[in-house]
Design a protein around this ligand. Structure first.
Ligand code: PGA
Length: 240
C-alpha cells in the first residue's frame, strides 16, 4: 500500500484527480468504480473542469458506483444516483447509459446485486476504484462486523454510519437504515484502488488502515491484501 500525505483537502483532490486523469489517458475506455460522500467532491470538480478544457474524455468510460441507500428513489436528492448526476455525470461527456448505480427501489435486491456483479464482469472488471473511508473504517457500506460479505449485497447500516450521514437529512429518522453495496471481493477485484481521506475525524480510521492488523472489524484493512492501493490523505487524517 502506498500512502500519499497531502497538506490539505485541495491537494488530496488534485492528487486523486491526477490519478483518475492518467488512467483515462492510458485507457480511454476505462471502467471506473466511483464513490459518493463529501470526500470525492473536490476530485469530481477538478475532473469536470479537465473534461471541459478538453484534457480528459469520458466518452468511452463506463462507471459503477459502490453503493446506494435502500430503499431510496433515484430522484430523491439524497440518493447516490442523484449525487453522482449532480457532482459529476451532468458536468462531463460520459454516456449516461454507461453509468451504473444500484437501484434503491428494486423489489428484488438479491437479483439487483447479482446483476450488478455480472455487469461489472461483462465490462471487463473495474480498472480503477475510488474509495472514501468511514469513521468506523467502512468501505462502501461494508460495515465493521464479525464477518464481511464478498459480493454485492443488501446490508444494515451501523448506528455510527447513520449518525455520520444524518448531516445530509432533515432528521436522523429520515436516514435509511439499509443499503445495497459492493462487497469486499467486488472491491478487491478492481485492478487499482485509490482511497481518499481528509480531516481529523478520519484519523483513527486512516491510522488503523495503515498501521493496524487485517480485521473484519476494520473493513478498509482488507485493502492490505491488494497489490495496487494508494491511500491519499491530508495531514489531519494522518500525520505519521
Ligand atoms: P465522507 O464519507 O466522504 O462523506 O466522509 C466517506 C464514507 O463514509 O465512506
Amino acid at each position: 500500500m502506498r500512502v500519499i500525505v497531502c497538506d490539505n483537502y485541495e491537494e488530496v483532490s488534485k492528487q486523486a484527480a491526477k490519478i483518475v486523469a492518467s488512467q483515462l489517458v492510458l485507457k480511454p475506455d476505462s471502467v471506473l468504480g466511483l464513490a459518493t460522500g463529501s470526500t470525492p467532491v473536490g476530485m469530481y470538480n477538478i475532473l469536470s473542469e479537465m473534461n471541459k478544457n478538453g484534457e480528459i474524455d469520458f466518452k468511452d468510460v463506463t462507471s459503477f458506483n459502490l453503493d446506494e441507500y435502500y430503499p431510496m428513489a433515484a430522484e430523491h436528492d439524497q440518493s447516490y444516483r442523484y449525487f453522482m448526476n449532480e457532482n459529476l455525470f451532468n458536468g462531463i461527456n460520459i454516456n449516461m447509459e454507461n453509468t451504473h448505480v444500484l437501484s434503491g427501489t428494486t423489489d428484488d435486491p438479491e437479483k439487483e446485486c447479482a446483476d450488478f456483479e455480472k455487469m461489472i464482469d461483462a465490462a471487463g472488471g473495474i480498472d480503477l476504484q475510488v474509495l472514501g473511508i468511514g469513521q468506523n473504517g467502512h468501505i462502501g457500506f461494508n460495515e465493521p462486523d464479525t464477518f464481511l460479505y464478498a459480493n454485492t449485497h443488501l446490508t444494515d447500516l451501523t448506528e455510527n454510519t447513520i449518525q455520520a450521514n444524518s448531516r445530509f437529512f432533515e432528521k436522523i429518522e429520515d436516514v435509511p437504515t439499509q443499503a445495497l453495496t459492493m462487497g469486499i471481493a467486488t472491491i478487491l477485484k478492481s485492478k487499482r484502488i485509490i482511497i481518499l481521506a481528509s480531516g481529523s475525524n478520519k484519523r483513527e480510521a486512516v491510522t488503523d488502515l495503515i498501521e493496524g492488523e487485517i480485521s473484519t472489524n476494520n473493513p478498509a484493512s482488507m485493502l492490505k491484501v491488494h497489490n495496487d492501493v494508494i491511500v491519499i490523505c491530508d495531514k489531519e487524517a494522518y500525520s505519521k
